[in-house]
Design a protein around this ligand. Sequence first.
Ligand SMILES: C[S@@+](CC[C@H](N)C(=O)[O-])C[C@H]1O[C@@H](n2cnc3c(N)ncnc32)[C@H](O)[C@@H]1O
Length: 231
Amino acid sequence: MTNLGSDPSTLLVRVPEPELMDDDEQARAYAEADFAEPHNHFVQLLKETFPQLPSTGTALDLGCGPGDITLRFARAFPAWSVEGWDASEAMLHYGYQAVAAAGLQDRITLKKVYVPQSDTASFPLIFSNSLLHHLADPMALWTEVKQQSGPETAVFIMDLMRPAKRKTASHFVDLYAQGEPEVLRRDFFNSLLAAYRVNEVKDQLVKAGLGELQVREVSDRHLIVWGQIST
Ligand SMILES: C[S@@+](CC[C@H](N)C(=O)[O-])C[C@H]1O[C@@H](n2cnc3c(N)ncnc32)[C@H](O)[C@@H]1O
């Protein structure tokens, strides 16, 4: 089967991409990109999905990268703290700078952690953006979500969705990454090809024993997974 989308009746097959974003040029382009629209959408959807979060707590941001969503969450939820985990030094370098520049070191802690690791904890809220499609094994995310959950942990995950056609991925790059550096446009294209579809994520959740979480499309290129864990 080809994954080049040459046969109009053939859905684009997933093409994995490297797990960690640990190249400095790649990390810098990502850290400097303008993700205001999708990242504000992330925080807004999280708020709408969980209107009754506890008034305070420590959230876990899995695959936090340079911390843009971590910071947006911390600003939107001023009584909360956040731990951001990422295994890329290059990404965390930009994250530490951004947290310091925002003066939010008292509420945001970024750590070098490869997911999944073996410790367990009980965070009241776990969120993640655009980690799932990077993982060599998607079960890594769902295993970590389970390991870091306690009774009534709220889970909110957003990721890209793989389009039906390769040319749609190219179109999205032109539409949403216009004028961005070539390395960022390339990564976005590869990420779209590496992303999962709603049905694939539903299958992962059932396999992980997390069938109580729900999945839905929230834009032309994003899906969310959300729900409350009952452990
Ligand atoms: C596309 S970036 C998303 C960053 C951030 N969440 C955001 O939305 O801006 C994906 C991040 O996941 C990290 N990552 C990939 N696989 C990982 C793993 N197994 N453990 C920890 N971090 C991982 C990468 O290094 C990268 O920083």
